[in-house]
Structure formats: C-alpha cells, structure tokens
Design a protein around this ligand. Structure first.
Ligand code: NDP
Ligand code: GDR
Length: 332
C-alpha cells in the first residue's frame, strides 16, 4: 500500500456505507486524518465503522443540506474529498426518483459548491458508475463509451458525472470521476443481489430459509472486490492531473453463475429447487450486460484488481455462514 505525505486530511461522504468504511480504513493506514459525514437517522447506522469510531471524526451532515456541507468543509479543511454518499440502490430509484435525483445528482453539486467556497485547493473524487452506460451497444465499456442510463439512479449519476467535469472545466478545480463497475464484499447491503444470494444460500444451508427469491438470473455484471476499488479511488486522487477513469475486472458473469457458485460452496449442486423467480424484484428497465475495460487505470494509475469472481463468491458466502454461526466450509 502506498503512503501519503504526513498529516493529509480527507473528508468522506458515505463513510457508513460499504466503500466509505473500507476507504476510511485504508486512509487511516496511510496516515490520513479522516473525517466522515454522517446523516441523522432515527437508528444510527454505524455497523460498518464501529471498529473505527475512535479513529475518525464524524461530522453531522446531509447531501440535502448545503449549510451542513459548508460546515463539514470548514471543520475538516480537507486535502481530499471523496463523494461516496448516494441513494445507491438502482431498484429503489424507480420508486423514489425524486429523492434519488436530489441526493445522488444534486447532492454532488451541493458538495462541489461547498468545495468551491471553502476548499478550492482540495482534490475531489466523484463516485460515478457503470450504470451510466446502461443499454450498451459496445463491449467492453471504457472512458469513451456513450452513456444510456436505464434507471433514475443511472440518470442521476450521469448528471453528477457531468457536474464534476463541468466544475473541473469551469473553475479549474481538481475533480475526477471514478467510473466503477460493481464491487462487492461482506459489507455489501443485503438488498444488492450478491449479498442477497450469499446470505440466502447460507440460510438455506443451515435450514433457516427454504427459498431464495430473485428477479432474474440472466443479467450479467463485471463484479470485483470492494477493498481493491477503494484503493483505485485513492490512486485516482494521487494522479498529476484530474481525469476520469474506469475501474473494472474485465470479466462478466451472470446472476445465475453467482447463484451456482454460491450453492456449490455449501455443497448443494442441484440449486434449482431452492431458487424462485419473483416479478417483485424485476425492474421496469434493465441493464442486461456490463463489462469494463480498465486499461487506462492499469497504465496510468498502476491499478490491477486481483480478486477473481470465484474467490469473491467464496469470500461472501463464507462470511455469511460465519455470521450465522456455521463452521467455515472445507477448502474446495
Ligand atoms: P452504500 O449504499 O453502501 O453507501 C451509501 C452511503 O451514502 C451511506 O453511507 C449512506 O448513509 C450515505 N447517504 C445516503 N443518503 C445520504 C444523504 N442524503 N446525505 C449523506 N449521506 C447519505 O454505497 P456503496 O458504498 O456501495 O457505494 C459508494 C458510492 O459509489 C455510491 O455513490 C454508489 O452509488 C457508488 N457506486 C457503487 C458501486 C458499487 O458497486 N458498490 C459501483 C459504482 C458506483 P446511511 O448509512 O445513513 O444510509
Ligand atoms: P446494480 O446491483 O443494479 O448493478 O447496482 P444489484 O446487485 O442491485 O443488481 C445486479 C443485477 O442483479 C439483478 N437481480 C437482482 N438484484 C437485486 N438487487 N435483487 C434481486 O432479487 C435480483 N434479481 C436479479 C438486477 O436486476 C441487476 O441486473 C450496483 C449498485 O451498487 C450501484 O450503486 C452501482 O452504481 C452499480 O452496482 C455499478
């Protein structure tokens, strides 16, 4: 792991999420002073950072609220700003399109404005997404691929992407987009398909559930391992110039392949009786296939993801088995 000059300060929005928690860990290891923006919830959601609360400074704030973003900038005086906060679940974005646009889209502009007012020498990472590519006509997708988002979430991310480019071009700010493809981990939210499968398979194996209900088995994603993707974010802000980069493994796999490998991990080869398709989990418009080309990140950032698809499935299933109290399966 590369290190940074002593005393660097980072502000992370979305620190309680999957990526924010791994990023906070890695920045602390690199010697940063880490500040995290946390919104008020009736039940605090600090599960992912419970082991870090004594080492990071949490600041109250919400991407809806410009005054709170101004205060967070003044309190943290950041050298680096990582904007990871979002309404990040594509499925929900169809039911809550306005909230998704407000937070995932306009929230980015509010944070860029706060940076422009209070931290214009900082470097800004925008969490852009492969969902911006959406209905792809060419594969693999890279930094030159046209956007065709297929959900309110994807639309909001395209808006935020262009806002980031626009603040770079208009005001000369150091603002970069990381266009990351799906990345997963034991800290993934349970509503996302990989965690839903790893948790569901562990429960079925232990006799705690009978069925795994999914929307579709056919869609394909380029799935990587989240800790490697937050290293990408840091590398992007160490580059000499602000720019936009794709982060991906370059492999695409179907939901069905994930299901099959997950059941295989617990010794169930005939998985079909355990899985049901439920239209409730289907989306009004779907992104059928994504596969990224991260050659630019490899060449210019030296970033190469190492965890391959079967290992990712294994990590996630073993984690859920362990959380449910089961013994770790023997190596297969
Ligand atoms: P998560 O859903 O795990 O985390 C989202 C974070 O945003 C949480 O900390 C959440 O806080 C916070 N948040 C939500 N709404 C607000 C708000 N109004 N004000 C302040 N904070 C808010 O996402 P990931 O960690 O998986 O992803 C990080 C970012 O990267 C997101 O922007 C996502 O869209 C993007 N992305 C993710 C990819 C992936 O595969 N994981 C791929 C490409 C992009 P709380 O805990 O309170 O809910
Ligand atoms: P995605 O992730 O939409 O790619 O967005 P998700 O895991 O939700 O879906 C992946 C694919 O699986 C299909 N699917 C199901 N999905 C869910 N959640 N639940 C189901 O039951 C189910 N059945 C099939 C989906 O339809 C889809 O095709 C993630 C998020 O992290 C975004 O924030 C991020 O930008 C993108 O990845 C890159």
């Amino acid at each position: 792991m590369g290190s940074a000059p002593a005393g660097r300060r980072a502000l992370i929005t979305g620190i309680t999420g999957q990526d924010g928690s791994y990023l906070a860990e890695q920045l602390l290891e690199r010697g940063y002073r880490v500040y995290g923006l946390v919104r008020r919830l009736s039940t605090p959601n600090t599960r992912n950072i419970s082991h870090l609360v004594d080492r990071v400074e949490l600041l109250d704030g919400d991407l809806h609220d410009p005054a709170s973003l101004d205060s967070a900038m003044r309190a943290s005086e950041p050298d680096e700003i990582y904007n990871l906060a979002a309404q990040s679940f594509v499925g929900v974005s169809f039911n809550q399109p306005v909230v998704t646009g407000e937070v995932t889209g306009l929230g980015t502009v509010r944070l860029l404005e706060a940076m422009r007012s209070h931290a214009d020498r900082a470097r800004f990472y925008q969490a852009a997404s492969s969902e911006m590519f959406g209905k792809v006509l060419v594969s693999p997708q890279d930094e030159h691929t046209a956007f065709h988002p297929r959900s309110p979430y994807g639309v909001a991310k395209v808006f935020a992407y262009w806002a980031a480019v626009n603040y770079r071009e208009s005001y000369g700010l150091f603002v970069s987009n990381g266009i990351l493809f799906n990345h997963e981990s034991p800290r993934r939210g349970h509503e996302f398909v990989t965690r839903k499968i790893s948790d569901g398979v562990a429960r079925i194996h232990l006799g705690l559930a009978a069925k795994l209900r999914l929307g579709t088995l056919s869609t394909r994603r380029d799935w990587g391992y989240a800790p490697e993707y937050v290293d990408f974010m840091w590398r992007l802000l160490q580059a000499p110039r602000p720019d936009d980069f794709v982060g991906a493994t370059g492999e695409t796999h179907s939901v069905e392949e994930f299901v099959q490998l997950a059941f295989d991990r617990v010794g169930i080869s005939d998985w079909k009786p355990h899985v049901e398709l439920d239209p409730k989990f289907k989306r009004p418009a779907e992104v059928d296939m994504l596969c990224g080309n991260a050659t630019k990140a490899k060449e210019q950032l030296g970033w190469v993801p190492k965890v391959r698809f079967p290992e990712l499935v294994r990590i996630m299933v073993d984690n859920d088995l362990q959380l449910l109290g089961a013994a770790r399966p023997a190596a297969r």
